[in-house]
Design a protein around this ligand. Structure first.
Ligand SMILES: Cc1ncc(COP(=O)(O)O)c(C=O)c1O
Length: 393
């Protein structure tokens, strides 16, 4: 065997979404793709905003000299300044370009942060239900992953936090709006988390960072405001991207923002910049950096995602599914009417509906539906969801 046993094992562990994807291809070949309702992926349905296309044309017609060359590993000064200005407006905090590192998406940002903070065997707490890639990202940098359970609203069960933290704990990853539940964490939860961590930091004599993974920050509904992490905990770092809010997932553009009030931020930023380089990212894609500096107040059509959410949530309620109403991202996480979510998802697949079992997100007994899909898929999936529900109650 040529690939490592460890990697082989990881591939088997992390194969849910891939399995659904592969099963979906087989099913589409068998029954015709128009008869398969694939709600398993979080791939943006929208093209980037028209301003992106206009800027792209301008660049092609008159590219700045040196556009395609290497640059400082943290990214272009102008882009980092534009992001800092935008964060100043959003948070009221004094961000400067020196608090920002441009990255290859949120996934790249998370790897850079974890690499920078962890010593071997340090522990990272993730909150169920979680984005499954966290396990691999943590393992990439020789860390250990520890899971904190959720309550019935998919908020972290903070009463269990003290029991999970020890002298090896270095990071807790927060993801709001959450993939897969769509839940947006309220201020009270973030503040409670910050207060608890402050006490635990003095108990164990080390910094414990909140890493806030926010690629869905601008995809929120019902006019609620986004609650930023920075005021809840001084040791906080944001990892985010424009994969979802500008529909640029394939372009791999994102950034890290360090809490501007952090006491040792120069050291932190130097470490992050170095990690960006030695992980082989070197710097975030140059062309995208030039473009997104002008797009900090743009988003794709969030209203349409909200309409999809409303449609799907109402239909699921009518059928009888138990489901928390999401306030952000483009996922819903209903309870499976039978405890075996894998079996339930299998039955849905037999009825041409593709979703992902909650087991893949550390929450068995649920399944994830992505409503980042076209209308044909959104409307067409209801029949199968209804039929399989009735069969199992
Ligand atoms: C919660 C979460 N974090 C990070 C990522 C990675 O985002 P990116 O494509 O910007 O690397 C995703 C992508 O789906 C995600 O859902």
């Amino acid at each position: 065997m040529s690939i490592s046993l460890k990697l082989k094992h990881s591939m088997q562990q992390g194969s849910w979404i891939r399995k659904m994807f592969e099963d979906g291809i087989l099913l589409k070949n068998k029954v015709g793709s128009e008869n398969v309702y694939d709600l398993s992926l979080g791939n943006p349905i929208f093209e980037p905003p028209s301003k992106f296309m206009d800027l792209l044309k301008e660049f092609i017609e008159a590219p700045p000299i040196g556009l395609h060359r290497y640059m400082p590993n943290a990214g272009l000064d102008d882009t980092r300044s534009a992001i800092a200005d935008s964060l100043n407006k959003e948070t009221g905090l004094p961000f400067s370009k020196d608090d920002i590192v441009m990255t290859c998406g949120a996934g790249g940002a998370l790897n850079v942060i974890i690499k920078t903070l962890l010593d071997p065997k340090d522990e990272v707490i993730v909150l169920a239900p979680y984005f499954a890639e966290y396990f691999f990202y943590i393992d990439n940098h020789a860390g250990e992953c520890v899971v904190l359970e959720h309550d019935s609203d998919f908020l972290p069960n903070l009463s269990k936090l003290d029991g999970l933290v020890n002298e090896k704990t270095k990071i807790i990853i927060v993801n709001s709006p959450n993939n897969p539940s769509g839940v947006v964490y309220p201020r009270a939860i973030l503040d409670q988390l910050g207060e608890k961590l402050k006490k635990l930091e003095s108990k164990y004599g080390r910094d414990i960072f909140i890493v806030s993974d926010e690629p869905y920050r601008k995809i929120i509904y019902d006019g609620i405001g986004y609650e930023h992490i920075f005021s809840s905990h001084i040791n906080s770092i944001v990892a985010t991207s424009h994969s979802k809010d500008l529909g640029l997932a394939g372009e791999r553009i994102g950034y890290i923002a360090v809490n501007p009030t952090h006491h040792n931020k120069r050291d932190l930023i130097d470490g992050l910049t170095f990690s960006n380089r030695i992980l082989g990212f070197v710097n975030a894609p140059a062309l995208m950096q030039y473009l997104i500096k002008h797009l900090q107040s743009e988003t794709v059509n969030v209203k349409k995602y909200q309409e999809n959410r409303d449609y799907l949530w109402s239909r699921l309620q009518e059928i009888g599914y138990e489901v928390v109403k999401p306030q952000g991202a483009f996922y819903m996480f209903p309870k499976s009417p039978i405890s075996d979510d894998i079996k339930y998802v299998e039955e849905l697949r037999e009825n041409n509906v593709l979703v992902v079992p909650g087991s893949g997100f550390g929450s068995p007994g649920y399944f994830r539906i992505s409503y980042c899909v076209d209308d044909h898929t959104l409307h067409g999936c209801i029949k199968g969801l209804d039929k399989v529900f009735r069969k199992n109650i």
